[in-house]
Design a protein around this ligand. Sequence first.
Ligand code: ADP
Length: 446
Amino acid sequence: MFEKVLIANRGDVALRIHRACREMGIRTVAVHSTADADAMHVRLADESVCIGPPASKDSYLNIPAILSAATVTGADAIHPGVGFLSENADFAEIVEAHGFVFIGPSPQHIRDMGDKIIAKRTVKALGIPCVPGSDGPVESVEAARANAEEIGYPVLIKATAGGGGRGMKIAHNPDEVAEAYTMARREAGAAFGNDEVYMERYLAKPRHIEVQIVGDGKGHVVHLGERDCSLQRRHQKVLEEAPSPALNAVARAKIGEIAASACAKMNYRSLGTLEFLYENGEFFFIEMNTRLQVEHPITEMITGIDLVREQIQIASGAPLSFKQEDIALNGHSIECRINAENARTFLPSPGKVTDYHAPGGLGVRVDSALYAGYQIPPYYDSLVAKLIVHGSNRNECLLRLRRALEEIVIANVETTVPLHLDLSKAPDFINGEYDIHWLEKVFLAD
Ligand code: ADP
């Protein structure tokens, strides 16, 4: 096993990885920007190295600085966390070329799945159903219109290199195609440095259901059930639950087996998530994420498996610590993404957290790097805490969620706690009757 792991991330994710390492007897190295000198992950790690100024491109995305930090501290392995360099195949390759272990999938899998056209082709060939769409890149407005005629309106124009819901535009008719196409390309170019786009049928009322898998890189893959991430704003997840209220045991086992078997054929290593849209009882693959996900705790809560620990063990060459038949889903779990934002306008609210109180009690978990006196810097993502609750069934979980949200105190900055509290009382949510559009079009429209 590794003696020392460098955590190339910040915030609650860095803390999450530190905690797993600590419990495994592995020493940790935190890296941080000058803006994060007082961050909790820096305080708790065994060692820390400042890797640059506040802007992410100069610090958390600064590959030479991160590798230097790993060298000077004598780390054996690097965990990329979530976001930042976690899906950068070049980074994974460079880490390995410098003699460190990359805690994640093979660079080739990261590269292939990071290109959504290659990803769809790859999984389709392995028997996974995909959203109907263009078979490859769409290179002109005329080609986009021709594709749309075949696919059927409305259509979605999406960035091949997409992520975070950017570079995605809807067209309802041929007139709208030109603008949607141009806008999607421009947004993709600006966000990803790659303006290639492809097209899909725009599904009217799907749910977003994703399957967690874990593989050893030698053809053994286990699926750990699904997460329902349909509650979204601007194609970004707001609250997630597991299991999905929309699936029964038969549908769950079927999609899990399809996902695991495809990943086994790829000899996939480490954690992975296959994302699907689910409509009228049918699954359609949209993309695969080759990393730990923000919403991984709800899977941990219902399976009892520490996913980060498993990820580190696999990276060290150990076999999977369980077989498919060992996996049993227990109860229900919900995660709320608590952002330092106004709960109605969603404008960021950085600043000093003058008081902080985390809720507790049976079945309540908070993954957060907050503390009283912490200054939330304005340079990064606004996620400041994940509140995760577990109950023996969905109803108990909902009641627990409500009372935990009532207990949490994050003083002096605006947060999305009031949004989650309202959501936890909304009849459609309580009944499990929502699709990917409900939060924006119904709940927030009121
Ligand atoms: P990103 O990588 O930018 O997150 P995804 O392909 O994962 O993009 O899609 C993000 C979200 O956008 C989905 O969860 C869903 O809400 C919506 N979406 C994506 N593709 C479609 C589609 N074909 N029809 C309807 N909604 C879609």
